[in-house]
Write a protein that binds this ligand. Structure first.
Ligand SMILES: C[S@@+](CC[C@H](N)C(=O)[O-])C[C@H]1O[C@@H](n2cnc3c(N)ncnc32)[C@H](O)[C@@H]1O
Length: 206
């Protein structure tokens, strides 16, 4: 059963991969959808806490899934070719990526906030963005597809996305970001207003 447009979209991105690790799986909805659609052969459902992992066990009981209590990658021993880290903050995802294996794996990262912080982390820690997507599912969600590699992003690219900035569907997302800034800019202290003014300029230019 489809759970949400965001979950469906994340599941779509597993197409063509064999073993998918879902870090912070919670209810296991992304893996559930990926199996329902027949996109993947095997899952590793992982979470920091027992309670969400039990919920994933319930939802994924019909599928070949291993369950691991783990802080990010730290207790993951099985090989995987794709890892998903979604529905968390940019700082937490960055901390988790600090322990990502050194191989050729692909990562799907969806931060709920501060996407520029995550892009900056990736640029300075030997990762390369190979694709970017934005979807609207009540809120806007930006999703990054990442591998190990090198990239250099300008300040504009950190905010807009080096790939997303060339996709027409990003325009309504940038407009929304600009209108959110315009709503709050007159109510913040002058230092913050200056930062927001610069962000606004970038979004408007886009
Ligand atoms: C808001 S849920 C997101 C669930 C799902 N990934 C999604 O996109 O809807 C965040 C989940 O991440 C788990 N989590 C938080 N920090 C974690 C960490 N360091 N390692 C693994 N899981 C973590 C939480 O226990 C929770 O189940």
């Amino acid at each position: 059963m489809a759970r949400s447009k965001r979950i469906d979209f994340l599941a779509e991105l597993t197409k063509g991969y064999d073993t998918v690790l879902d870090i912070g799986t919670d209810h296991g909805f992304v893996l559930e959808q990926a199996f329902t659609k027949g996109y993947i052969n095997k899952g590793i459902a992982s979470d920091l806490r027992e309670k969400p992992l039990n919920s994933a066990r319930e939802n994924l009981k019909d599928y070949p899934v291993n369950y691991v209590i783990s802080n990010g990658f730290q207790s993951i021993e099985e090989p995987f070719d794709l890892a998903i880290i979604s529905g968390m903050g940019a700082y937490l995802i960055s901390e988790i990526m600090d322990h990502a294996p050194k191989g050729n794996q692909t990562y799907i990262l969806q931060a709920n906030d501060k996407i520029e912080v995550l892009r900056s982390y990736l640029m300075t820690h030997g990762f390369q963005i190979i694709d970017e997507y934005v979807i609207h599912d009540r809120f806007y969600y930006v999703i990054l597809k990442v591998k190990r590699g090198q990239m250099h992003l300008s300040d504009d690219e950190l905010l807009l996305g080096p790939i997303l900035r060339n996709k027409p569907e990003a325009l309504s997302y940038y407009k929304k970001k600009a209108s959110q800034i315009e709503k709050i800019i007159s109510n913040v202290d002058p230092e913050r207003a200056e930062i927001l003014k610069n962000l606004l300029k970038v979004y408007k230019k886009a």
